[in-house]
Design a protein around this ligand. Structure first.
Ligand SMILES: Nc1ncnc2c1ncn2[C@@H]1O[C@H](COP(=O)(O)OP(=O)(O)OP(=O)(O)O)[C@@H](O)[C@H]1O
Ligand SMILES: [Mg+2]
Length: 173
């Protein structure tokens, strides 16, 4: 469950209401109020009430931020979060169908929170989960599956005019 003591907790119902009824929502708030760590959890708790929840993807501008917020959120929810991560490069990604790789994936995929950044992969459950990643990872996902059929929500954290436009332009063209 999300942390009830952070300022953003008081806006939970309003945020969920806006997210439910609008294709895009902009959330602003003071530093440390809980935007990055709590909003994905609000949405996760909601979609877990559905029969077939999909995945929530949260982009962070930096690799380190994706990894650290994923760990923080997993700890907050009491999710298992193994220390080990899968080192990924093109060759490893191509081999992810191999038997040992699928065993490895199953070892990680017990958690509802994970991350995917350049070189490292800490996969969460494929459905009903939060995946923290960098914008580049989402663009790679878009190339593979342009409809992002396994994803129900995308949260672009820390958008600034530069990286937001870069991302939107890449999606559109
Ligand atoms: N990786 C972490 N380790 C320890 N505490 C953390 C971590 N990430 C966030 N916190 C704590 O959780 C609270 C909420 O942080 P969060 O990052 O969700 O806020 P935020 O609104 O996104 O802030 P910002 O505008 O600075 O990005 C803060 O008190 C912060 O100190
Ligand atoms: Mg933040």
């Amino acid at each position: 469950m999300a942390h009830p003591s952070l300022p953003i907790a008081g806006f939970r119902a309003e945020i969920l209401e806006k997210v439910r009824h609008n294709p895009a929502v902009i959330i602003t708030g003071g530093t440390g109020c809980g935007k990055s760590s709590q909003v994905p959890q609000f949405i996760l708790d909601e979609i877990l009430k559905l029969n077939n929840p999909k995945q929530i993807v949260v982009t962070q501008p930096r690799k380190i931020a994706s990894m650290s917020v994923a760990r923080f959120v997993a700890e907050q929810r009491g999710e298992p979060f193994p220390e080990r991560k899968i080192r990924q490069n093109r060759k490893v990604r191509q081999n992810l169908t191999s038997f040992s790789a699928s065993l490895k994936l199953r070892f990680f995929q017990q958690s509802r929170v994970g991350y995917s950044v350049k070189y490292y992969y800490h996969p969460p459950k494929p459905t009903g989960s939060i995946l923290f990643c960098t914008t580049g990872s989402v663009l790679a996902m878009l190339k593979k599956d342009p409809l992002l059929s396994n994803i129900s929500h995308i949260i672009l954290d820390e958008v600034c005019p530069i990286n937001c436009w870069k991302f939107l332009f890449c999606c559109l063209f």
